[in-house]
Design a protein around this ligand. Structure first.
Ligand code: HAM
Length: 397
């Protein structure tokens, strides 16, 4: 994941595990306190374990990085804490690999962001993922057209988020919206036909601009980034309060209920934290869920590997064994050494369990001739080699 971020020009940032509570309530209000680990420290400061890294990264940007050349591309890998009810794929401590881009809102920047999220999950080896792309400004325009109050929107959003369209229908009926408008609205939430959406919002010039930008992003994704299997999904509303405009999610359907692997989009936090206005966007991949999805897809995880395991046959051989191990390590050879003074049989068994490709047995007779015994664990054969030749022998194999 890190190398994919780097291949797109991102540099790594680390922020503290805990922050002031206010950093997270500033946008979401006190209601978020129920969902996070909030506590006061010995100095009675109100703190929180970070539930995510976007607010911390933007705080850091406002404090220290506003003068950096734009766009600023930052990626992170960090643990997050949420006071969730734990279940498969939903934990109280979990890991996110994510990124933020500061200082651009061009369609090519957004297309690159979405393409990078998709590429990260493809590069780790996932076969079956689903990319869905929406836009909150367009959804807000549909709310205005329906004449929905802020209160009505607040009740509606969680239902849309969970794709509970029957409940959306009942709620809108209760709110006095006509059946025809409601049906058309639910159709917009589920359609992938951009023309249908266009027709619904055509009187709203700014929403129409947003839609034309979305079309540019989708075009670049398809024709230039070669990311073709995505869906337009206007029902993406995202759980966090800071998003504006483009939003997207990537699911792994094999995960069932907790299938969302990645979420992100454009958002506004910089001015809220006292910085000069500048566009921001980003996403985060749930690392634990990615591993779960790979396991279900029967991904062959690379096993621990040891190039060489060294066995001193007696106490007197330990010093020389360590010396040889250190030389091999300097050459970049992954080298381990018996630390339990076990017999050769048991040591060979242990070397096997650590997938050692070769074993070097160091005994007094060979050592007299500046030599050791080199054993190939796969073939099971062994030869006596000069100490000076070990590195070239190992590297040419
Ligand atoms: P989020 O959708 O809340 O977005 O979280 C991103 C990902 O973290 C989810 O898609 C999911 O895979 C994983 N995740 C969330 N909660 C849990 C949990 N309790 N257990 C396991 N995995 C979980 C954000 O956090 C935004 N900060 C993303 C972003 C960055 N937006 C802009 N920039």
């Amino acid at each position: 994941m890190a190398s994919t971020f780097k291949s797109f020009g991102y540099g790594e940032i680390q922020t503290p595990t805990f922050e002031t509570l206010e950093l997270f309530t500033a946008k979401s209000g006190d209601s978020i306190i129920d969902e996070i680990y909030a506590f006061s420290d010995k100095g009675n400061r109100e703190l929180a374990l970070r539930p995510e890294l976007t607010a911390p990264v933007i705080r850091f940007y406002v404090e220290k990085m506003q003068m950096e050349p734009k766009p600023l591309k930052l990626f992170y890998f960090g643990n997050c804490f949420r006071y969730d009810r734990p279940q498969k794929g939903r934990y109280r401590e979990f890991w996110q690999a994510g990124c933020e881009i500061v200082g651009t809102n061009t369609p090519e920047a957004y297309a690159e962001l979405v393409a990078m999220a998709y590429t990260i999950l493809k590069n780790v080896g996932l076969k079956n993922i689903q990319l869905n792309i929406g836009n909150l400004n367009i959804i807000n325009s549909t709310f205005t057209k329906l004449g929905l109050s802020k209160d009505g929107q607040k009740k509606l959003l969680p239902l849309i988020d969970k794709s509970q369209f029957d409940d959306v229908f009942s709620l809108l009926s209760d709110l006095g919206i006509t059946n025809d408008s409601t049906k058309e609205f639910i159709d917009i939430l589920q359609t992938s036909d951009i023309n249908k959406i266009k027709k619904f919002i055509q009187e709203d010039a700014s929403a129409m601009d947003e839609l034309s930008n979305l079309e540019k992003i989708l075009d670049l994704l398809k024709s230039s980034f070669n990311v073709k299997d995505f869906q337009i999904k206007m029902s993406i509303v995202r759980g966090l309060d800071y998003y504006k405009g483009l939003v997207f999610e990537i699911d792994a359907p094999v995960l069932g209920a907790e299938k969302q692997l990645c979420g992100g989009g454009a958002y506004e936090l910089v001015t809220l934290f006292g910085g000069r206005e500048t566009p921001t966007a980003g996403f985060a991949v749930g690392f634990d869920r990615t591993i779960l999805a790979l396991e279900i897809e029967k991904f062959a995880f690379p096993s621990l590997k040891t190039d060489v395991y060294i066995i001193p046959v007696s106490e007197e051989m330990i010093g020389k064994s360590i010396e040889i191990a250190q030389n091999l390590r300097k050459e970049g050879i992954l080298t381990d050494l018996d630390l339990l003074r076990r017999g050769i049989g048991k040591s060979l068994k242990y070397a096997n369990s650590k997938n050692a490709e070769k074993v070097i047995i160091i005994g007094p007779k060979e050592l007299e001739n500046d030599s050791v015994t080199l054993r190939d664990m796969k073939a099971g054969d062994q030869e006596v080699v000069k100490i000076a030749d070990i590195v070239s022998k190992l590297k040419n194999n």
